[in-house]
Design a protein around this ligand. Sequence first.
Ligand code: FAD
Length: 315
Amino acid sequence: MLKNKKIMDCVIIGSGPAGYTAAIYAARADLHPVLFVGLQPGGQLTSTTKVDNYPGFPAGISGNELMENCQKQAERFNTIIIHKPITKVYFSDQKGGIHRVYMEDKENIIESKGIIIATGSSPKFLGMDKEKKFLGFGVSFCATCDGFFHKGKDVAVIGGGDTALEEASYLSKICRNVYLVVRKNYFRASKALQYRISKINNVNIFFCSQITKIMGDNFLEGIQIFNTKNKISQTILISGLFIAIGHSPNTKLFQNQLNLDERGYIVVEKGSTITNKPGVFAAGDVQDPTYRQAITSAGTGCMAALDLEKYLCLC
Ligand code: FAD
């Protein structure tokens, strides 16, 4: 099928909620999208057990099932799905220009007038034993997603930046106690957030503290932390551990091709998915340091397909 049509209208890089939503919209607009799945088919949601906040599933849905459904829906409209990562890109500067994406062997190139980047982001891990094992079983990267499962219980948040303080503030309204474990003896977060946190009674702050052990057999039961100043270790029993030490957008591939912000996120025009290269659009977590949700990713995936469709009409 690809051989018959040399220059495509729409190539989508990424198979998370943004990529598949873009594919569904682009396919239904007759743009015959080709979607590259990459190394994590289905994206980040496949690393979680249950998704409870995606509308349309009153009883919740497993992350894997949700993403399998998205794939089936994209295939129903004849999206071509390629189970390979893109290893190199060349984006034209010209309006109506032809972009190129390269597969592993570099000989294998697809040319397209339109590109939708939906490569997502990766949460930073602590690099500790049991951290990955307990993902979805007490360990989380998202308070908005998983806080509800710990209603009335004790949880810990790791980190001292804006995200960590936002997460702690959010959890303090749901949970009994929030232990905020900060490596340094100060916060990196904004002054406004620091002030907000200092006014919350059930947030207990541990400065100069590092997590040394994640405890539990089949699910998280507690953590051990070590105070680097007074050299004292202590155990905290918790049902939830929220790691908030940052996310890395998956944009290495685009470093010399697109405008990125200081954290590496793709810069898009406000209220759109338009990047600095004509015909190249970005959707989902890769351009969103703020919300990072499946539903917002799907929303911007839809926007990217509509932005591309409009762009192609004007070329
Ligand atoms: P991603 O889901 O990150 O997908 C990126 C895709 O790009 C992947 O398929 C990857 O293979 C592909 N890719 C990357 N590089 C390349 C390349 N070079 N070539 C080809 N493909 C490439 N959000 C919620 O709304 N509710 C939840 O309950 C929830 N739970 C979560 C639980 C966990 C453990 C995590 C980590 C996140 C959770 N989130 C949740 C956040 C949500 O998963 C993300 O916001 C969402 O998946 C982002 O979607 P995306 O399409 O932008 O990218």
